[in-house]
Design a protein around this ligand. Structure first.
Ligand code: SF4
Ligand code: SF4
Length: 392
């Protein structure tokens, strides 16, 4: 590739709907306008992050103000076949949409709630790592997809952003099984890159107005980052998130493997950063080229709580996991917070369960680290934020 990947950064410190809409409009205009990505006669799927039915202020999901702004932009452009949805790992997307209060948005804009529960086996012989997927039917019927992801930490991949968000194309409980098929962070990231290669995702928008740090993607802490990011390159977008939080993108499997598989670029020299500020009264946004250092000095949060430890992405560590089971990064349960609901047990994908009610159902589940593949599905899905990660 000769030209650099563009990433647009729009400052935004509120979820006020009109302000967010002006910011989204400015970001997309700075990237060339919605018409450079989408034709209005196409079937468009907008794919937010619906991890679980949590309050929008918890930063677990893409904020509804950002989802609405993207839908409104597409609707005003003239897209008549618009759907919106995601397949969460636990529960139904409809329940998450209801919790986010999106029903009225969908009605007002004529958006169809995407049916993400019916799956279609989709062969992909050209896949570098994955040769087939069980995609939600809605993904297969869409002509184009707009990925509206959330800026969050992630126990398996360090961060979840544009690259990781596409795992929601896979239906519900299939997701846990995918961690057995792709059992370490690098292989899993390569499978995600194959999803990007197979599907037609035209535009990536990241909600970083309030991000999640710490025990993400479901149990971390909200932290204002005051930005929205836009790109056609999911790797460049995620790498910009990394730079804002003082994390080397080369440590992030979805960036490193994504670049290796050709879905984007994470190196600073390959990314053109443009700061866009909405114009007054509907005027064109002002767009200024910035360096990564300038961006970080204005919006960066070097203390952002994310895993910056080197070299734990699988590879030799993955191969040695058998002898390092009790020192490597691993989930553990805060017994005081656990309500013994069994969600972690039901989501553990390994045969024989690596976390189970080994002391009876009146006690919190217990880990068998010799079985555990460190997929962190249990940590991601615990509804009480009782599962944390420790180790080197
Ligand atoms: S999902 Fe969380 S609350 Fe439920 S049993 Fe597991 S650790 Fe306890
Ligand atoms: S115990 Fe948790 S981290 Fe380990 S394999 Fe099961 S779900 Fe994955």
């Amino acid at each position: 590739m000769n030209t650099r990947s563009k990433v647009i950064i729009v400052p935004c410190n509120t979820y006020d709907k009109e302000t967010v809409f002006r910011a989204v409009k400015a970001g997309v205009l700075a990237l060339g306008g919605i018409g450079s990505f989408i034709r209005h006669e196409e079937r468009i799927l907008v794919k937010p992050n619906y991890l679980s039915a949590a309050d929008p202020d918890k930063a677990v999901t893409t904020h509804p103000a950002v989802i609405e702004a993207v839908l409104r932009l597409l609707s005003e452009y003239g897209c008549a076949d618009l759907s919106c949805g995601d397949s969460p790992g636990h529960g139904k997307g409809e329940a998450v949409a209801a919790r986010l209060g999106l029903g009225e948005t969908f009605r007002a804009l004529g958006v169809r709630e995407a049916e993400m529960n019916e799956e279609v086996l989709t062969d992909y012989p050209e896949g570098k790592t994955a040769k087939s997927f069980y995609f939600a039917k809605e993904v297969t019927r869409a002509d184009a997809i707009v990925n509206v992801c959330k800026m969050k930490t992630h126990a398996l991949e360090r961060i979840t952003g544009a690259v990781k968000n596409v795992y929601g194309f896979i239906c519900g409980m299939r997701k846990a099984a995918g961690h057995v098929t792709y059992p370490n962070p690098n292989v899993f990231a390569r499978m995600l890159a194959d999803i990007h290669r197979k599907t037609d995702i035209r535009l990536h928008v990241m909600d970083g107005i309030v991000a999640m740090e710490g025990n993400g993607p479901g149990s971390g802490d909200p932290v204002p980052m005051n930005v929205l990011l836009f790109s056609a390159d999911p790797v460049a977008l995620d790498a910009t998130f990394c730079r804002l939080v003082n994390l080397d993108p080369r440590l992030v499997p979805t960036c490193e493997q994504g670049q290796l598989l050709g879905i984007g670029r994470h190196e600073e020299a390959d990314i053109e950063l443009l700061l866009a500020e909405p114009g007054e009264g509907g005027a064109e946004p002002s767009v200024t080229a910035v360096t990564a250092a300038e961006l970080v000095s204005r919006f960066g949060n070097p203390a952002f709580n994310v895993d910056r430890r080197p070299g734990m992405n699988g590879g030799k560590w993955g191969r040695r996991i058998g002898i390092l089971n009790h020192v490597t990064k691993r989930p553990y349960i805060d017994k005081k917070a656990c309500v013994k609901c069994g969600v972690c047990v039901s989501h553990c994908p390994v045969p024989g369960k690596a976390v189970d009610f080994r002391k009876g159902k009146d006690q919190p589940p217990v880990y068998d680290y010799s079985r555990c593949i460190r997929c962190f599905c249990c940590q991601e899905m615990c509804p009480k934020h009782a599962i944390h990660v420790r180790g080197i």
